[in-house]
Design a protein. Structure first.
Length: 55
């Protein structure tokens, strides 16, 4: 992985399902210039892969 630039906001996201439709989830990592890191995510009992990617 490349080094992150210090004066930028970095956002990493992903979503997926087991089956389509099926149980799904998504996650986000947010890194702000002051080295603040926030992680969050969610899930649904039944969803499509596209729904989780776009949530």
């Amino acid at each position: 992985m490349q080094h992150l630039k210090r004066n930028h906001i970095h956002v990493f996201v992903d979503g997926a399902c087991k089956g389509n439709p099926g149980p799904g989830g998504w996650g986000v990592i947010l890194i702000l210039p002051d080295v603040y890191v926030k992680e969050t995510g969610g899930h649904q009992k039944t969803a499509t892969n596209n729904q989780m990617e776009l949530t």
